[in-house]
Each structure stands twice: as structure tokens, then as C-alpha cells.
Design a protein around this ligand. Structure first.
Ligand code: ADP
Ligand code: MG
Length: 338
């Protein structure tokens, strides 16, 4: 008799959770991405105690059909891709079908969802991977996810959580980047009952920047806008005097997804060249659009890193777009090469 056997689902989910769910902010990221993928125009986020006690994301998106609600919590179950071909042209933020089962394996989760305005929907409750309830309920159209007591059954992981303030910092970061990525969605974010962010959802990036970084920073930013057959870029970047010491000042979005990419940040810095003091970063939001086949998002479980198939072309595109924006504001005297 051999000794190799498949892991049971519960154990497999707990292992996957180790990868996907590092801290409350990783849960929040997955929940907001799901709300965005569901074509929501409003997303309300609230957290208690840095998200360790509770995280709630409510959206007004498509909702999940009653028959599907339990499936959504099954490993590798997704409505977003179906074939191998789909994997090379991903247009949604999620696609792995791993988030919900992973989260439900290490927390107490309640999900209420309805697909129309009939007032009828369904609720599922799962604690540490064990199903507690799956029944009809009254619900408005959209989805509400409540995640409580994260890591309550994995004390080793819980021990690694930092202070409430640190966890809150990570939560804010997730909400801010997602709000910057989607000025067309109205976000609210509150922590322990205090509203920390409210964006109008009218499509105006500058207003989102104002809500996050303050009105004067937003007013001082310069528009970046450029197109070629492969890429388009729109965004805002700071005047050379408005810089920050931290590279977090730069938000890079690729097809609506926040990513960390040297392939975009380096040419941005290159464009500023000597206009930037050493080790300073310009407050910047760059929203890059390209055909999904030009970018591979399936590199990293948290999907923070991506691979570009024509990286050199992209680098020169970004550099020239930013140079043009800076030049048109006369920070770079014309005829001077920077
Ligand atoms: P993925 O996002 O990779 O597909 P998830 O585990 O995050 O995997 O979610 C599983 C499925 O549950 C999604 O494919 C989607 O069909 C559904 N779902 C999850 N959250 C929402 C939501 N807020 N609104 C509508 N559908 C959702
Ligand atoms: Mg998802």
C-alpha cells in the first residue's frame, strides 16, 4: 500500500490560506477585488480593530445566485475564467477561485447576496471551513461579506499580527489604491466607526487624489495622457516640488489593477531625472491600459507583480508620456534634454 494521498479540502484550504491570507489587508484586497469584478458602482468598507475583529465589504454589484453561493466558497471555483486560453487574457481582478475558501478556512465568514431588487437573497455562514448556515434571507441587490475573528483557529499566524495601527495602515493602503484605480466607483472606508475616506465615484481621478492626499496636492498635480497602438496611459503626477520620501507615493495601475512594477516606476523617475531631489518620489497615479495579452498577471498569488511581454517598449512609452506632461507644464525648458 502506498503512502501518498490527496489532502482533504479543509486542509488544502488552510494551506492555500497561508499563501493568500497574510493579514487583514490581504482579506480586504480580495473582497474589494470581488466587489469591483461584480461591476459595483458603490463599495462600502468598514473595519474594526485593524480588521482583526471584523471586516465588512458591501457592494451593489451583480450579486451571487442562490445556487452558486456555496460554490463561491469552494476551492478553485470561479465565474471568471473557464479555459486555459482565458488565463492569457485576464480582464478581471480575480481568477484563481482561491480567495473565499481560503478566507473561510481561517475566519468566521458571513456572506449575504442577492442578484436583483426582489428583496430576496441568500446567506451563507462558514466558520473555520465548517458550514453553519445556507438559507434564503432578505437582502438588497449586491453582496455583503463580513469576516470576523481572522486567524482565530490559527494562533501561530495570529501571533504575527502587528499593532492595530500597523494593520490599519495596510488596510488603508488597499482601499486607497483601489479607489485610485476606480474613480468611477464610490468608495467609503471607516475604521472603528470613523469615516476615513469617501470618494464621489464620478470618474474624476483628481477628486479621488484630493480625498486621499489632500486638496492642495491634488490641485498641484499635472495630467499625464498618452496613447499608442499598444498602450494608453492616463494619470496625474506631481510637480517636481511636491515629492515624498517614500516610494508608496507612486501608484501604478495596469488594466485597473494596482501593481508594483519597476518597469513603470523606473521610467517615471527617469523622466523627472534631475528635477527630482535624490531619494524623493513624485506623488503619482499612472493608469496604464493595454491588451490583456500584453501582460501576465498570473505570476504571484497576490497578483502584485506582473510581467510585460514588451517591456522595453512600455518603458520608453511611460518615460516619454511623463516627459511630455512635465515639459508641457514648462518645468523642463524646451530644447533642454533631460
Ligand atoms: P475569484 O475572484 O478568483 O473568482 P473568489 O474565491 O474570490 O475567486 O470568488 C469566487 C466567486 O464568487 C467569484 O468568481 C464570483 O463569481 C463570486 N463572488 C465573490 N465575491 C463576489 C461579489 N462581491 N459579487 C459577486 N460575485 C462574487
Ligand atoms: Mg476573488
Amino acid at each position: 500500500m502506498g503512502i501518498i494521498r490527496p489532502l482533504d479540502d479543509h486542509l488544502a484550504n488552510q494551506i492555500a490560506a497561508g499563501e493568500v491570507v497574510e493579514r487583514p489587508a490581504s482579506v480586504l484586497k480580495e473582497l474589494i477585488e470581488n466587489a469591483v469584478d461584480a461591476d459595483s458602482s458603490r463599495i462600502d468598507v468598514s473595519a474594526e480593530e485593524g480588521g482583526l475583529n471584523s471586516l465588512r465589504v458591501a457592494d451593489n454589484g451583480t450579486g451571487i445566485q442562490s445556487d452558486d453561493l456555496l460554490l463561491a466558497f469552494q476551492r478553485h471555483a470561479t465565474s471568471k475564467i473557464a479555459t486555459g486560453k482565458d488565463l492569457f487574457q485576464i480582464s478581471t481582478l480575480g481568477f484563481r477561485g482561491e480567495a473565499l475558501p481560503s478566507i473561510a478556512a481561517v475566519a468566521k465568514v458571513k456572506c449575504v447576496s442577492a442578484t436583483d431588487d426582489s428583496g430576496l437573497g441568500r446567506v451563507v455562514e462558514i466558520e473555520g471551513g465548517t458550514l453553519l448556515a445556507n438559507r434564503d434571507t432578505n437582502a438588497p441587490k449586491g453582496t455583503e461579506m463580513i469576516v470576523k475573528d481572522l486567524f482565530y483557529n490559527t494562533p501561530a499566524r495570529l501571533k504575527y499580527m502587528k499593532t492595530i495601527q500597523t494593520e490599519l495602515g495596510h488596510l488603508s493602503d488597499v482601499v486607497y489604491r483601489q479607489a485610485l484605480a476606480r474613480p468611477d466607483i464610490a468608495f467609503t472606508f471607516s475604521h472603528n466607526g470613523n469615516v476615513l475616506l469617501r470618494t464621489p465615484g464620478n470618474g474624476d481621478l483628481r477628486q479621488v487624489v484630493a480625498a486621499i492626499y489632500g486638496t492642495s496636492s491634488a490641485k498641484a498635480m499635472i495630467e499625464v495622457r498618452e496613447d499608442n497602438p499598444d498602450y494608453s496611459i492616463i494619470g496625474l503626477t506631481a510637480m517636481p516640488i511636491e515629492t515624498r520620501a517614500n516610494r508608496n507615493a507612486v501608484t501604478v495601475l495596469v488594466n485597473g489593477r494596482y501593481v508594483r512594477s519597476q518597469a513603470v516606476v523606473q521610467p517615471l523617475m527617469q523622466a523627472y531625472h534631475t528635477l527630482l531631489p535624490l531619494h524623493r518620489y513624485p506623488l503619482t497615479v499612472l493608469d496604464l491600459r493595454m491588451h490583456p495579452t500584453l501582460v501576465d498577471v498570473n505570476v504571484h498569488p497576490a497578483k502584485l507583480e506582473v510581467r510585460f511581454s514588451k517591456e522595453n517598449e512600455l518603458r520608453s512609452f511611460v518615460e516619454s508620456a511623463v516627459k511630455k506632461a512635465l515639459g508641457s507644464e514648462a518645468y523642463i525648458p524646451s530644447g533642454t534634454s533631460v
